[in-house]
Design a protein around this ligand. Structure first.
Ligand SMILES: [Zn+2]
Length: 405
């Protein structure tokens, strides 16, 4: 039962308290056994039963729970660096989408990719994410958009879940866009999602959540209601890409259907925010996408002041957020969305865990939770996100094991 000591400050990130309360413990120690935390507290209070156990030295670093990336599109084929250049020249995202680029372009590359290729690439992404401090990852399908290609993506996630110590959570995002071959038959595509795919996904246990992209170029609120009605019957809880490029009433819709989270919310109105708070829906802030698209960020401060729980994630995908750097997203959540560093950290730990139904298992350092934690070379979380630099997370432990590669 290893005991890690010489931690300058450990932040448990327990759920209690407001978004800014991350529960610091000075000169702390942490013990775990068989992959689970057994004890956490001030070093002076280490119980006598642990006095003779193996000691590890944190070197005076900070300790935090492993970070939870609660919104990624992990598996996809190809990249879209050419579109990046077009956007740098001033072409906007919707214009590119209307010309057959954007999600449709990644869809073609994803359909062409083999499951093995997608698996190898996803493993590489996960390895590098772990080095950045990420220990739990939500992964969405949504670039296949045929029955077989959506199942291919979800089976890649099932395989990763099987072989990785990282916590992997799969979300079905068949309702990402209507694929080109169904452009004249939206009803046909929705029927494919509801009547064919959902029963197979539920039958094989391939996803826990169903996500819908509610946007002018994707699905209407009314279509989303029907898709969520079906997903509920199959035991898949709802998540939404909402109010990203325009206010489509996505926040209110998330509240109405009892979604576990509503993500993006850059354009949400006050009524929508109030509805989210009342329904207890986690609001997910994705500042990397706002940065890459050069669009106004989610006003997280307004959400927090209204009483919402705000999570922060990367939205890692080949178009609007082609980086999986969650610490960078935390820094941007502070500078762009006006969250405090402590609020951002709580948003990428216990509140992110809540956004994917994992708050009982990960996201805080408390006895009984997974021993997923990181060591950070900084004086405080304020200093970490203020003097931002790569490599500040020096060590990542997953289930109590240090990641070495
Ligand atoms: Zn997304």
């Amino acid at each position: 039962m290893p005991v890690l000591e010489n931690i300058s400050t450990l932040y448990t990130c327990a759920a209690a308290g407001g978004q800014n309360e991350i529960h610091p413990v000075k000169d702390a120690a942490l013990a775990w056994d068989d992959g689970l935390v057994t004890w956490v507290g001030p070093r002076d209070d280490i119980p006598t039963s642990l006095r003779d156990e193996e000691r590890l030295d944190a070197g005076g670093r900070l300790a935090l729970p492993g970070l939870v990336d609660c919104h990624t599109h992990l598996a996809f084929g190809g990249w879209r660096a050419d579109e990046f250049e077009m956007r740098c020249r001033g072409t906007d995202y919707l214009e590119i989408a209307r010309a057959g680029g954007g999600i449709a372009s990644t869809m073609r590359h994803t359909r062409a990719a083999s499951a093995d290729d997608l698996l190898t690439r996803s493993r590489g992404f996960l390895r590098r994410m772990a080095r950045l401090g990420v220990t739990t990852v939500e992964c969405k399908s949504g670039y296949g958009l045929t029955a077989e290609d959506e199942l291919k993506l979800l089976r890649v996630y099932a395989q990763l879940k099987e072989e990785q110590d990282m916590e992997i959570v799969a979300t079905f995002l068949g309702a990402h866009i209507v694929p080109p071959e169904f452009r004249e038959d939206r009803e046909g595509y929705i029927a494919l999602l509801i009547d064919e795919l959902m029963p197979r996904i539920a039958g094989e246990g391939l996803a826990e959540f169903c996500d819908v992209f509610v946007e002018e170029t994707a699905f209407s609120a009314e279509e989303a209601r029907r898709i969520f009605g079906a997903s509920r019957r199959h035991g898949l809880r709802g998540k939404l890409h909402a109010d990203q490029l325009s206010d489509t009433g996505g926040a209110a819709l998330a509240a109405e259907i009892g979604a576990v989270s509503a993500d993006h919310l850059e354009q949400s109105n006050d009524e929508g925010i109030r509805a989210l708070v009342e329904a207890g829906v986690v609001a997910v802030c994705l500042p990397l996408a706002s940065l890459y698209l050069n669009q106004p960020p989610m006003p997280a401060r307004r959400f927090i002041e209204a009483g919402a729980d705000v999570a922060v994630a990367t939205d890692f995908n080949p178009g609007s957020a082609p980086t999986y750097d969650l610490p960078l997203a935390l820094m941007l959540a502070c500078t762009m969305s006006r969250m405090t560093p402590a609020e951002a950290v709580k948003g990428a730990t216990i509140l992110a865990a809540r956004a994917i139904g994992r708050e009982h298992r990960v996201g805080s350092l408390e006895p009984g939770k997974r021993a997923d934690f990181i060591l950070v070379e900084a004086e405080s979380v304020n200093h970490w996100l203020y003097h931002f630099r790569p490599g500040a997370v020096s060590d990542t432990f997953i289930k109590g094991k240090r990641i070495t590669s």
